[in-house]
Design a binder for this molecule. Structure first.
Ligand SMILES: Cc1ncc(COP(=O)(O)O)c(C=O)c1O
Length: 412
């Protein structure tokens, strides 16, 4: 593997370079661009996903189950590949549920979380026998009504909105008022109603945040999630069989960010899982991860279709941009826009560099993939590569905006 260096980003070490071309999964980006009929594309390397899972397995206790949150990348072939590596899948919609149910994953290892589940989605979840992570007391009543009508007894876990936050997180999804989960203080009362319902109490889902690069913050939230679950279990109608303590493991996207240190998290999980085997002996401990498993395996590639200099500034204008990769444009939750790691994928060995901005074809200044970045000197028809693009790329982008063609996707 080659080490791809950047001015201010963490180096990328999981890809090869052949002559001047970046190589992913044995294919040069030029070759894949031809396969994509010249359109922009995403490519995901299955071996990098396997390495990420292997790395976690090496540090985490075997008793901790790894679930893949397919919202990060629901491409069906990729989900099938991930399903062969992890212990379970988490879905957030009826469509994702169909994708997950088409894999070999045992149904009780597929969970369905998310606020505002529709009646037909709940029916589907009940029919398929997957675990429903219930987000509110009223949703619980709806599931119970459907279960009674359908003559099923679905496995239901309560998603808890805890009384703590995941510190230093890119996105906080717990603590304080939230649309997610049932407030911890309301959970005992909700649990007491469950004994009269047509529901099989399965456990708790405590997901507190996303994109965190601080091991200490993740450890703290995992410990607090377990403490909370032990307190709440006293009110449960039956033993806790599943305790999902969330995820939040992040990847370095921006200048000066460094990769998360997984070792202390593994060490802490070893202690925590031993303690939980004493306190909730029937519970499987689950960690639910999206981006950590797939982000680094993916690249987004678009072609330079024009190059111009405006008042001294170089613009590389591409056939892809914000509509294909909203997150790299800085419009998917960033407060201050920062560049993803970007390179000229057809000039990987070039020595002459220039400061350039990479923009897309949309009529908005928001359509920016790199702002004033040091890149290899590029020309029309060169390929721009955006790294760290395997999660929240293709399906997290407004592809219909301005009606340009969609990018292609390859699992290699
Ligand atoms: C319930 C739930 N699970 C898992 C995830 C995946 O998070 P990440 O991709 O940061 O690991 C999210 C992200 O929003 C989520 O809401």
């Amino acid at each position: 593997m080659s080490t791809i260096e950047f001015d201010r980003h963490s180096p990328i070490t999981c890809f090869d370079v052949q002559n001047n071309d970046l190589v992913i999964g044995g294919h040069t980006v030029s070759e894949l661009a031809t396969r994509a009929d010249g359109l922009a594309f995403y490519a995901y390397d299955r071996s990098i996903m396997a390495q990420k899972v292997a790395q976690l397995r090496e540090h985490f206790p075997r008793s901790v189950k790894l679930h893949f949150a397919i919202k990060a990348n629901p491409m069906p072939e990729l989900v099938a590949h991930m399903a062969s590596l992890v212990d379970g899948l988490d879905v957030a919609s009826g469509r994702e549920l169909e994708v997950a149910a088409a894999t070999q994953t045992p149904r009780h290892e597929i969970s369905f979380a998310g606020p505002g589940k529709q009646t037909d989605e709940l029916r589907l979840a009940i029919t398929k026998g997957i675990v429903i992570n219930c987000e509110s007391a009223t949703e619980l009543e709806r599931i119970d009504g459907l279960a009674a009508d359908m003559g099923f007894r679905p496995k239901v876990a309560l998603r808890v909105n805890p009384d703590f936050q995941l510190q230093n997180s890119g996105m906080k999804m717990a603590g304080g008022p939230q649309q997610f989960g049932i407030d911890a203080e309301q959970v005992p009362a909700v649990l007491s109603t469950m004994q009269y319902m047509h529901l099989d109490f399965h456990g708790f889902h405590i997901f507190s945040g996303s994109q965190n690069l601080r091991a200490d913050a993740i450890i703290e939230s995992q410990n607090k999630a377990c403490e909370l679950a032990v307190r709440l279990a006293r009110f449960a109608p039956s033993p806790v069989r599943m305790l999902n303590i969330g995820g939040g493991l992040g990847v370095p996207y921006f200048p000066n960010e460094t990769p998360l240190d997984i070792e202390p998290i593994g060490a802490s999980l070893n202690t925590l899982s031993a303690a939980m085997q004493q306190q909730l002996p029937q519970a499987d401990l689950v960690v639910e991860l999206g981006r950590y498993l797939v982000a680094e395996s993916g690249i987004y590639v678009c072609r330079i279709t024009d190059k111009k200099v405006s008042r001294g500034q170089i613009f590389l204008i591409c056939n892809g941009g914000l509509h294909h990769h909203l997150a790299a444009s800085g419009n998917f939750g960033q407060v201050l826009r920062k560049n993803y790691p970007v390179a000229i994928g057809t000039k990987m060995q070039a020595t002459s560099t220039a400061t350039a901005s990479v923009v897309g074809p949309l009529c908005t200044p928001l359509d920016l993939l790199a702002a004033k970045m040091t890149l290899a000197e590029a020309d029309i028809d060169d390929l721009v590569v955006v790294f760290q693009s395997g999660a929240y790329g293709y399906t997290a982008s407004p592809q219909y905006f301005l009606s340009h063609p969609a990018p292609r996707e390859f699992l290699v």
